[in-house]
Design a protein around this ligand. Structure first.
Ligand SMILES: *Cc1c(COP(=O)(O)O)cnc(C)c1O
Length: 385
């Protein structure tokens, strides 16, 4: 155990009240017999997989999904209980982790089923069905291969699922494609039922809970929405989700530098001071997950409730911002990179928009070097747009 050292350099604050709020909102949208199966892969989208999963266990969540066996082992080593589904491929050298840590493995295709069966010990699995994503899963047309998986003596098949590629879209042609994916999936499920098999089933990810809440499933694999937003700013506004962001990212002002008009600031001399200015140097950089694309005025941080634009290029461990207009700012003060300061707020969706990506990427790339601290409540009345 590392000793709590207090927020030193740069850190993440987690608002667990908001996490519990999101669980209630999302669970409330689903039929009573459909359970949330939170996706806590990629360190719970950068939030901290252990901290988030423990809190979810405490509020009654009994099933999780992650990307790899190694991510599951980390959860088990830290006391997380319930089902843990590995969504990704597991290589035979790692099969021992599956039974040792009581994990459930995705069967990514028929070959994988055969390999898993050969391992010799009983392994719990969910079969992935490819209904159109063309990523993992046995193609829904290959029903004989899917049925043959049930002949593998060492596979305990507890679930069957599919993943939809445009479930986030409300465009007519995309809705039609999604409905075809859903129909193909139920086609497989019904054939299995006719043979006497009754696996648990799941289809939806976050957007599925909003766009197709009525599907009759046992689980919904919820990721980004649990963390209080959708993937883009427009969606988070237009879906009117009533979700609340869970995470803030904060850092310390490590120095105040007086810069004279005409002097360049930072690597590549990419910025030249247009006026005499007060630059605040911050103890966070792209190695912590702050996109380098925020360089040179694209992004801002908040200091004492004021916006401070990024000056020059974001460095690996540090960045500089213009604090000329912010009175009283000094060494050791807190700067908010993501989250709330005074009446201002910077969201992951906003940073995603500024850097041409989605909130999922901004969050999931937040670095392990950031300490995670739980039970902050700055974000209580904040919505993620
Ligand atoms: C990551 C993932 C999810 C969760 O997706 P969100 O859109 O973040 O809710 C669901 N299913 C699979 C297969 C995934 O890989």
């Amino acid at each position: 155990m590392t000793q709590y050292s207090g927020p030193g350099r740069a850190w993440v604050e987690l608002d667990m009240d908001n996490l519990r709020h999101n669980v209630r909102v999302l669970q409330g949208r689903l039929p009573a017999n459909c359970m949330l199966m939170p996706a806590v892969k990629a360190n719970a989208y950068g939030h901290g997989a252990i901290e988030i999963s423990k809190e979810l266990n405490n509020c009654g969540i009994r099933a999780f999904c992650v990307a790899s066996a190694a991510e599951s082992v980390e959860l088990r080593a830290n006391g997380i209980t319930g089902e843990i589904l590995v969504l990704g491929y597991t290589y035979p050298d790692c099969f021992h982790l599956l039974d040792r840590y009581n994990l459930t493995q995705t069967v990514v295709d028929y070959n994988h089923a055969v390999a898993l069966n050969k391992y010799g010990k009983k392994i719990k699995v969910h079969i992935a069905i490819d209904t159109g994503m063309r990523r993992l899963g046995e193609r829904s047309e290959n029903i004989s291969n899917i049925v043959a998986m049930y002949k593998c003596k060492n596979l305990i098949i507890t679930g069957v699922y599919t993943h939809c590629s445009v479930i986030d879209s409300r465009k007519q042609s995309d809705v039609q494609f999604t409905q075809e994916q859903i129909a193909k999936f139920y086609g497989v499920v019904n054939k299995l039922k006719a043979l006497g098999h009754t696996p648990k089933i799941h289809i939806q990810s976050s957007y599925g809970i909003f766009n197709y809440p009525y599907l009759s499933c046992d689980y919904a694999r919820v990721g980004i929405a649990l963390f209080g937003m959708l993937s883009t700013r427009e969606d988070t506004i237009s879906y009117n989700t009533n979700l609340r962001p869970v995470l803030s990212v904060k850092t310390r002002v490590s120095a105040i530098k007086n810069v004279v008009a005409g002097e360049p600031v930072g690597y590549g001399m990419a910025y030249t001071a247009t006026h005499d200015m007060k630059v605040a140097v911050l103890a966070i950089g792209y190695a912590d997950g702050i996109p380098r694309g925020l360089s040179c005025g694209v992004g801002n941080v908040l200091i004492n409730g004021h916006k401070a634009p990024v000056v020059g290029r974001v460095c690996m461990d540090q960045m500089m911002v213009d604090a000329t207009h912010i009175s009283g700012v000094g060494q050791g003060d807190i700067a908010v990179v993501l989250g709330k300061s005074g009446d201002k707020f910077i969201t992951a969706c906003e940073i995603a928009q500024q850097t041409g990506t989605i909130s999922n990427e901004i969050l999931s790339r937040l670095g392990r070097r950031l300490e995670r601290h739980s039970n902050f409540s700055d974000l209580r009345h904040v919505s993620a747009v």
